[in-house]
Design a protein around this ligand. Sequence first.
Ligand code: DGJ
Length: 740
Amino acid sequence: MAINYSEKSKKFHIFNDKISYIIQILDDNCLGNLYFGKHIHDKEDFSHLLQGGLRSLAVFHKENYYFMSPQYTKMEYPTYGTGDYRHPAVEIKQENGSRVVFFEYESYKIFKGKKKLMGLPATYVESEQEAETLEITLIDKLLEVHCILSYTIYKEYPVITRNARFINNGSENVILERALSASVDLPDADFELLTLSGAWSRERHIKTSKLQQGIQGVYSKCGASSAEHNPCVILKRPNTDESIGEAYGFSLVYSGNHMEQIEVDTNDLTRVLIGINPDTFEWPLNNGEEFQTPEAVMVYSDEGLNKMSQTFHKLYRTRLVRGIWRDKARPILINNWEATETNFTEEQILEIARTGKALGMELFVLDDGWFGKREDDKTSLGDWYVTNFKKLPDGINGLSQKIEALGMKFGLWFEPEMVNKDSDLYRAHPDWVLQAPGRSLSLSRNQYVLDFSRPEVVDHIYNMMERILDTAHISYVKWDMNRYISECYSNHKPASRQGMVFHEYILGVYSLYERLIEKFPDILFESCSSGGARFDPGMLYYAPQAWTSDDTDAVERLKIQYGTSYVYPLSSMGAHVSKVPNLQVGRTTPIETRGNVAQFGVFGYELNLNLLSEEEKTIVGKQVAFAKEHRELIHQGLFYRINSPFEEVGSWMVVSEDREKAIAAYYKLLSIPNEPWRRLYLKGLDKDKKYVINNDKSRVYYGDELMNAGMVIHKEDLCAGGGDFTSAVYFIKAVEKSFC
Ligand code: DGJ
């Protein structure tokens, strides 16, 4: 790993043994981009990679400088107004109304390690030897506004993380109207764009399209990263599949409004822009003030999509997730939501917990409905204390002690950012909600959004949460967010600061998380947003796991978890077995298959265990034992997608890094008559090792046999008679070479 600067050729080469990223200071003193991709040898000069020349209509920055027009050059951090007519990475409105800026190179710094991002989530290093960082300072000389572009390369990963920081050292008050985290110009457009898009209950489905000239991409404007579009885009070559070919992944460590835009110009250059959505964003930057963009993570793979995903998984699992839960086995939980919703008695809760304990579960999570007068979703959000002692006679403290006395840990649900009109909090502070003056206030699930851009609101919620977390025995918190933001306006800010509110809101969320995890470092946080509407890298910095989707149907979950795995590790995906017929799709799937899908995530249950038959309970007991035995392998192993559940059958597997153990799963979707023979071609094994399957020592297979010739799937392998929605899980273990 190194970052080299050549004074002579004015190029920066950021590289490790896997990737290279090359930047050039152009003759007009702007930054151009020369290369991003597979590692190439370092040398003095790469300027031959600059593509330029005199073209009609081209605009040039300097007299007699007819080579590099910004419109036809691969720019490093493009600006508005000086001849690059593609979309810029930054726009600054000035006092005289002009938006023209010209950022030119001023200086650079290279140092070991990686800095923290103030107030924002970001990947980190544990030792300075893990990464190296380049900071390039640009200046707009007229405004005296500086822009510091930061690039970190990790030694072990084909990853570069980026962010931009703006400092106004001039006397003029300017407004940042767009301040993106990264821009990358690629030299051609022969790519397919892959996004993780969907909706509530079908989050992160894989959408693929061929890049076209013009604009394409994804975004969110709802105040959360959203169920509709995850903050990432992947560009892959047309021939790239899971195991071969080039893929570039761009992921934003941010939980609010985002934009990932791909622009293909008419000369087939591809520009990737990623950052805070500029729509309605206006950040006043007065003298001496700074603005920090979120972090963008760029991953390159020349070994297909799966390798790209594995890179994201390891980086996010080990260098984004923090705290004691990063490496610790995650508890197998039972959550009461689908069993009772908000209507429960303490006795019902304890009954479920007792059965859970008997079946081996480790954590009971009390979901929505424990606070204030909450019997349905019309009341009490914002009142984070028990008032209904008929429901919880000894409050949360009493219940938590009773659960702990059973030998389980106790977890609790909150929705900290929200308030119902019918609540003590709203009655006391009706002006604490986001609300546009003179306009009616839109409801969603009967609730309003608290103005988390105001520190006093965040403080108040912190105090309520702190009180209960301090007094009761709480080991886990589920932090929900069940509506998007509308009428985004903060009552306590002047007109000139309203364009900051969306971003300040999410900074308020991050600050509350930060304070809570600092005060309660042992609590495991799980983020949630009507299921998976805020499943993003930003959240993972605070909450190591997220509720993947409200859709717990095994077939739908296969697709959701498969799509989510493009960027996020299995250790981040909350995955529960729930009741049938499924609440979202009405489908009945065998309990074995529900378990076999949920095992490939952070495993748990979400149903009334007391309504299960004895036979089902026996199956559940075995599932829990399996999860306990293998969760480390599942969460920390290398994940391989094999067959896409968006097609006929689904399959995937996890392999330990030493390739000694693996777990593979095969999911049959619909039965077809006279079904063809099926084989499962395993991946990631050691071709020279011998393996046994499900401890059956009567047959031994070489790794290459299992990967190249495949395993025959027998109908008897499948659960529940092998009909619709059945599945099989195989445990593969290496044996001594001498074993025959
Ligand atoms: C939405 C979540 O996704 C559910 O799991 C549950 O916690 C409900 N909210 C409770 O209101």
